[in-house]
Design a protein around this ligand. Structure first.
Ligand code: FES
Length: 169
């Protein structure tokens, strides 16, 4: 749970004048709308790319809502991230059909090849691994989503090639 802003990273959007201006603009344009918290957080995710702990505290203060409310929304919806995503995102469907159909093996292979866990980004900022809910292609299990491309019946042996292709883009 985030509570204080004692240690805001130097490069946090809250400390960056340009990003801070965007944050303030989003707050000012939406603070009086119904469901302002959700609206503001969605806009921040779209425009800044993530919602850091310091941003959550700042938004809570500005909207005069508890930090726990903002944090609860950010952690409940997989759409929100608290760290920057990589240039490319690979999502692994964790729906029942895909889970039973072999997604855990795909995840293990991906972790092994990239050396990162789900929710993390490679050191070069190129690839982020994430879990996602059912994407509606259950008959194609196991399914991964590479950026916006849904790829079904995906074998673990093809994982290294996907990474290689993304590294070359
Ligand atoms: S369970 Fe994976 S697409 Fe439905």
């Amino acid at each position: 749970m985030v509570k204080t802003v004692d240690k805001i990273a130097v490069n946090d959007p809250v400390n960056n004048p340009e990003q801070r201006a965007i944050i303030d603009q989003i707050l000012n344009e939406n603070r009086h709308k119904p469901g302002a918290t959700m609206v503001v957080l969605s806009e921040l995710q779209n425009k800044i790319g993530y919602i850091s702990d310091a941003m959550q505290i700042y938004v809570a203060k500005q909207l005069e809502v508890p930090v726990s409310t903002v944090h609860g929304v950010v952690t409940f919806y997989s759409f929100f991230t608290t760290t920057p995503r990589g240039k490319h995102t690979i999502k692994f469907c964790m729906g029942t059909a895909c889970y039973v159909g072999g997604v855990p093996q795909l995840i293990e292979k991906a972790k092994q090849v990239l050396g990162i866990n789900l929710g993390e980004t490679t050191a070069d900022g190129n690839i982020t691994l994430e879990a996602c809910r059912c994407v509606g292609a259950c008959s194609q299990a196991p399914v991964i989503v590479v950026d916006d491309d849904v790829m079904g019946r995906f074998p673990a042996k093809k994982i290294p090639q996907v990474f290689k292709n993304l590294q070359q883009e």
